[in-house]
Design a protein. Structure first.
Length: 226
């Protein structure tokens, strides 16, 4: 297990109750819509190794296993309390998912997730300072095999006055300094600078807390050294 003694913004922010996380997410982000669209975009297949970075309560990892029960699904999160919820949910649903407690930027020591086929991260980057966003993107590049696919679902550029206003709710919870770069559309450039090629914003979904974007990219040339 990698060192997890780092500061991170927990689910629902520092004042949130993780026991209510799934209910709040469903209500405030149109979760059923964007998660279903994300699973279709990922198109998991049996035999693939897929890693969910910042897996939270495990909803996405469990859904990926349901679509590809012969796949190797891994969930990574730095929060032990929320991972315990994920484990219970997986056991109750019969999903075979392996869980690791680790920061998303420090995964090189976890052997089973190296050289994976696909990586996904949802609602993680908007909670991170810029240096952590960059570090996580570079980490995801390192974990993927050549030609591997990356999928990100997160608050992206808030293009209308309404979406900007709604996104203020997220900024009040997670912090303006962390979230403002997302609202200005930072994610595609971060992914390209990390070495991903053919980065595209595939879909934009309006929600009660701002627009969530689905991004896709592929492992290309190595990222520039730190």
């Amino acid at each position: 297990m990698t060192d997890t003694h780092h500061d991170f913004v927990p689910a629902l922010g520092k004042a949130g109750n993780i026991a209510r996380y799934d209910a709040v997410l469903a209500l405030m982000t149109r979760e059923k819509k964007w998660r279903a669209d994300l699973v279709r975009l990922i198109a998991p297949r049996d035999g693939e190794t897929i890693v969910d970075i910042g897996c939270g309560t495990g909803t996405l990892a469990i859904a990926l296993h349901a679509k590809a029960p012969g796949g190797n699904i891994f969930g990574v999160d730095p929060d032990p309390a929320i991972l315990e919820i994920a484990r219970r949910k997986a056991e109750n649903s019969g999903a075979r998912v392996q869980w690791f407690e680790a920061m998303g930027s420090a995964l090189d020591a976890i052997a089973p997730i190296q050289n994976c086929d696909k990586i996904v991260s949802s609602l993680v980057l908007h909670q991170c300072p810029m240096d952590a966003k960059v570090a996580i993107a570079r980490q995801m590049w390192r974990l993927l095999k050549p030609g591997g696919e990356l999928f990100v679902a997160d608050y992206g550029e808030q293009r209308s006055r309404l979406m900007r206003m709604l996104f203020r709710q997220v900024q009040m919870i997670d912090g303006f300094a962390l979230t403002e770069p997302n609202a200005r559309g930072c994610i595609p450039d971060i992914l390209r600078n990390a070495g991903f090629r053919d980065v595209e914003e595939v879909q934009v979904i309006a929600t009660p807390t701002g627009s969530i974007s689905l991004y896709r990219g592929y492992r290309g040339q190595p990222a520039r050294p730190d």
